[in-house]
Design a protein around this ligand. Structure first.
Ligand code: CMP
Length: 139
């Protein structure tokens, strides 16, 4: 079934010049990018993005890292887009992510893992609303 999801290139991915590479992988797979935004997010926006992780030991460092520079968010559409994009991204820990995935090829860290992708269609809608709103930060 056709779905839409959100894929975010994190500050480490933007700093390392990986935006084009990530877009290339999404397009090569046959998915469609229907919206794209570079934004320098406020801590408040990131806190809402990661509300489910509030209270976990890594939460504060995660918020600091994610608001340390611009991110690039994209809406991605296609058949089973939520799971297909998560497959392209790979497991959270870059050291364990298999080669061929974005994290497997470009990350060596649990936190600085280049990309974020929504884990359900409901979550995708919540995150799209949040990150594409003017209040998330400067574009
Ligand atoms: P992401 O897929 O964006 O979802 C939550 C993020 O929290 C995750 O990628 C990592 O960037 C970060 N994260 C998750 N678990 C840990 C951890 N144990 N230590 C540090 N960062 C983590």
């Amino acid at each position: 079934m056709t779905e839409r999801t959100i894929l975010i290139v994190k500050p480490d991915g933007v700093r390392r010049g990986l935006v084009g590479e990530i877009i290339r992988r999404v397009e090569r797979k046959g998915l469609k990018i229907t919206r794209l935004r570079m934004v320098y997010p406020t801590e408040k926006c990131i806190e809402s993005l990661y509300d489910v992780h509030k209270g976990k030991p890594f939460y504060e460092d995660l918020v600091r890292f994610m608001s340390s520079g611009p991110i690039v968010a994209m809406i991605v559409e296609g058949d089973e887009a939520v799971n297909v994009v998560r497959g392209l991204v790979g497991p959270t820990d870059g050291r364990k992510a298999p080669p061929g995935t974005i994290r497997g090829d470009y990350a060596l860290s649990m936190r600085e893992n280049v990309t974020h992708a929504a884990d359900s269609t409901e979550r995708a809608e919540y995150e799209i609303e949040l990150v594409f709103s003017d209040s998330c930060g400067f574009s």
